[in-house]
Each structure stands twice: as structure tokens, then as C-alpha cells.
Design a protein around this ligand. Structure first.
Ligand code: SF4
Ligand code: SF4
Length: 446
């Protein structure tokens, strides 16, 4: 790989949606009060769901293991509160589907302070022991993908990691949870990064932050000492720069070919929240039991950046933020480009929940759809060099198998094509339909 260059261009294609971060970017993180019940879905990560190890009626302490990893590509769950296991069964998730989960009733008399955990002597751990500890901590990619982090650290024989890339792009409009974490916990971020850098044997840590977060850039700069193997790279603002392959292209000018991973170009990428979670575990013995969530959008009375115990119902966050305005039409989980509508406000915050956004008719009303005029704007917008117009046409004709010939599975559902389309064709939704059909048929034996 070429030596690192500060590549002031960007990845190819992509779009420039309005940032819309001003509602929350200056709001310090605040802790939500504890509530009565918490719901911990067993499948909070990509890969195999965790396996419950608790019984109904069992008392659990905050931070205690309640579900273990079911496979290597799986992770653990810990109780977000001190309380009692109330139910184990199927509950409705944010997308409306029933998923297995553990319901915990919080103990109203408990202090809900975490037991002081013991720091872990990470310097002396072998790489395999380190990977095992990251799995024990239940840490996943917290930018939204929720891929188990320990799996990313398992570098196959013959490969090496030269750069640890910390992803502080936070390119989705509205979301500012990573922004606030960089401002308020820069030392922990740098500590977590240094732990990972040393354990992976990387030469340097590179932190990429979009230039619309000047306070975050300043806070990190202030804490990087001369001689530290850390480089901070301010990035032009562009969506979807937070996608791993895009931020690698921007910073290193390297393409990660379809079907390959960042490690194939000697890079390991982690989101800022994930790296802070690593510092929390190794420096304080605290597993992943809470996360920062941005609650924003025109339908929220008092937008906020909240420190939320996992399992807290969305309804409680909205209540804490003064509730929804009467004009609210839709609540979504995640950012406006890749997020999904929430089917029930009783669904819980999980490890991948970066934001809860409430939209009014102005943001949700569907533009009138017109026929495709073959303008090519969707093709120009697609950062994965797909032909979204063709994929949408095939999906509409239910020619799902043919979509495979046009690399539909490389689509990351970033929504750039839909954003760019002057005919208001719901391209990404059509592509999603095709992908869902292909996946379902693959999983269901004929
Ligand atoms: S949603 Fe898929 S097809 Fe559309 S721009 Fe993103 S990657 Fe390309
Ligand atoms: S942007 Fe819309 S109108 Fe233009 S080619 Fe793509 S689908 Fe057709």
C-alpha cells in the first residue's frame, strides 16, 4: 500500500443532503432516568443471536451477563439495569416483526450504579485473548451496522493491518451522537483507539471527521500529543462517507473491491462509539450496556443527545424529550437516509440504534412519482457503481433473479439513488424488495 496521503478529494459519486444537525449538535449528552422495564432482543448484532442464560424470576445486577455468544459471529448481552428477569419470549421489534427477547423489570430500590469493574490488563493479552475479551464485552459496530467487533479483529494468517481508521464521519443528516462523543470524551476515544492499534499491530491510527464538526476536530486535536501515532483528517462533507469503503477511498485513495474487506487493503475501520466502548471495557471493566442516541427531527418537542441504557423503550425517550408534536407523522430508527420507520414505540433501543427521528408531513409526504426519464442521475449518485434505474425496473417487473446479474447484493441501501431521482421513483425501496425476496428464497428450502 502507498504511504498514507492526506487525500483531500473524496470517494466517487455520492450526494449532498442538507446536514440538519443544528437542532442537537450543541446539546451536551444527558443521561435518561431509569424506567420500569427493559427489553433486550437476543439478536442485536449481525450474525447468530445470543443465547439466553437466565431464568424468569432471576435477580440480575447491572452489567451481569444475561446471554452468551452462540457462535463466533455472535456476541454477548449484559443486563442494562439491576432488576429481575420478568419474561423471556417473543416481542415485537421496531420493524414490527416478533423477535426473541429478555424482559427485565428494574429494581426501583437499587441505586442503578454500575459495580465498579476491574480494568483489564490488555497489554499482556495475546491477540486471541483480546478478541475473546471484546466478544465477552458484547461490543458491536455502533455506527448502525452492529457487526460484532471481535470478528473484525480476527485477521487471517498472512494479512496485516497497517492503519486503524476511526470513522467519525457521521454523514447521516440530523445525527450528532458521535459528534458529541468526540467533543465530550476525546481522551477515551484516543485510549480505545490506542488499545486496538497496539493489539492489531497497526502502524498508525487515522481519525476521519467531516468538516461540519469543527468542535469535534478541535477537541481531538487538543488531546493528540506530538509524537502520538495518530493523525486527524478533516473530510469534505459528503454522503455516504461513513460507509467503510467510502471513507477508505477518501483517506487512502484505495478501492476495496466488491466481495473484499477493508483488511484486504491493510485497514481496520471502527466507529468512534465502538472505540469508546472498548476503552470503557478495558479501562473500567464496563461491558456494552448503554449507548448515545440522538433524538431529533421537527416532530420532537425538545431534541437531545441521550445516554441510554440498552433496552429502554423508544416511547420513554420521546417522553423524556417532551413528547411528539401534533404534526408528527412518522418516527424512524437511525438516520433519514438509511433508517427505517418504527412500527411500535414500545420497541427498545439496541446496540445499533444511533438515532430516533420524528418527522412531520413536510419530511414524509411522498412526492408525486413520474416515469423514468433516463437522466442517469441515480447512476451518477451510486457510490457502488450500480445501475439503480435498471435494478428498480427489474424489481417492479418482479424479475428478482435477473437483478443478481446486475450485482443487486452489492447495494448497501444508502438511498443516494432515491435522493437524486428527479422523478421521485422509490428506487431503494424497490431494490430492497428484490433483495428481501432473494434472501428469503435462499433461506427457505424449496
Ligand atoms: S441504494 Fe444501492 S443502488 Fe442506490 S445508490 Fe445506494 S448502493 Fe447504489
Ligand atoms: S434518476 Fe430517476 S429518472 Fe433518472 S434515470 Fe434514475 S430512475 Fe430514471
Amino acid at each position: 500500500m502507498n504511504p498514507l496521503r492526506l487525500f483531500h478529494k473524496s470517494f466517487d459519486h455520492g450526494v449532498h443532503p442538507a446536514h440538519l444537525k443544528e437542532q442537537t449538535c450543541d446539546l451536551p449528552m444527558q443521561r435518561v432516568p431509569f424506567v420500569k422495564e427493559y427489553l433486550m432482543p437476543l439478536g442485536q448484532n449481525l450474525g447468530a443471536p445470543s443465547k439466553s442464560i437466565v431464568q424468569i424470576g432471576q435477580r440480575v445486577r447491572k452489567g451481569e451477563l444475561i446471554a452468551e455468544a452462540a457462535a463466533f459471529v455472535s456476541t454477548t448481552l449484559h443486563s442494562p439495569v439491576t432488576g429481575t428477569i420478568k419474561e423471556i419470549g417473543d416481542f415485537r421489534n421496531f420493524d414490527g416483526n416478533f423477535v426473541p427477547a429478555i424482559k427485565i423489570e428494574a429494581d426501583i430500590y437499587a441505586t442503578q450504579q454500575s459495580d465498579a469493574g476491574n480494568p483489564i490488563e490488555w497489554q499482556s493479552l495475546s491477540i486471541d485473548e483480546f478478541i475473546q475479551e471484546v466478544q465477552n464485552a458484547g461490543i458491536v459496530g455502533m455506527g448502525g451496522a452492529a457487526f460484532p467487533t471481535h470478528v473484525k479483529f480476527a485477521i487471517p494468517e498472512g494479512k496485516k493491518i497497517r492503519y486503524l481508521l476511526i470513522n467519525g464521519a457521521e454523514c447521516e443528516p440530523y445525527l450528532t451522537n458521535d459528534h458529541r462523543l468526540m467533543i465530550e470524551r476525546p481522551e477515551d476515544l484516543l485510549m480505545g483507539a490506542e488499545i486496538v492499534r497496539q493489539k492489531l499491530g497497526a502502524e498508525e491510527t487515522v481519525i476521519g471527521v467531516e468538516k461540519n464538526k469543527p468542535e469535534a476536530i478541535a477537541a481531538l486535536r487538543q488531546h493528540i500529543k506530538p509524537g502520538d501515532p495518530v493523525r486527524l483528517v478533516p473530510l469534505h462533507v459528503k454522503y455516504p462517507q461513513g460507509a467503510e469503503k467510502m471513507i477508505i477511498k477518501t483517506i487512502f485513495n484505495r478501492e476495496v473491491p466488491a466481495g473484499q474487506l477493508p483488511r484486504d487493503v491493510e485497514v481496520n475501520v471502527n466507529n468512534v462509539s465502538t472505540v469508546v466502548a472498548i476503552a470503557d471495557y478495558f479501562e473500567r471493566g464496563r461491558p456494552l450496556i448503554e449507548r448515545i442516541v440522538t433524538v431529533s427531527g421537527p416532530g420532537i418537542t425538545y431534541p437531545a443527545n441521550l445516554i441510554v441504557p440498552l433496552g429502554t423503550p423508544v416511547r420513554e425517550l420521546l417522553r423524556f424529550c417532551g413528547g411528539l408534536t401534533d404534526a408528527t407523522q412518522e418516527v424512524i430508527m437511525g438516520g433519514p437516509m438509511m433508517g427505517r420507520p418504527i412500527a411500535t414505540l414500545d420497541s427498545p433501543i439496541t446496540k445499533g440504534s444511533s438515532g430516533i427521528l420524528a418527522f412531520t408531513a413536510a419530511e414524509t409526504s411522498r412526492r408525486k412519482e413520474y416515469p423514468c426519464i433516463s437522466c442517469g442521475r441515480c447512476v451518477e449518485a451510486c457510490p457502488y457503481f450500480l445501475n439503480p434505474a435498471r435494478l428498480a425496473r427489474l424489481s417492479r417487473a418482479r424479475l428478482f433473479d435477473e437483478m443478481v446479474n446486475y450485482n443487486v447484493m452489492d447495494c448497501v441501501e444508502c438511498g443516494c439513488c432515491t435522493f437524486a431521482c428527479p422523478s421521485a421513483i422509490p428506487i431503494v425501496q424497490l431494490i430492497r424488495t428484490g433483495k428481501d425476496d432473494l434472501r428469503t428464497r435462499k433461506e427457505t428450502p424449496a
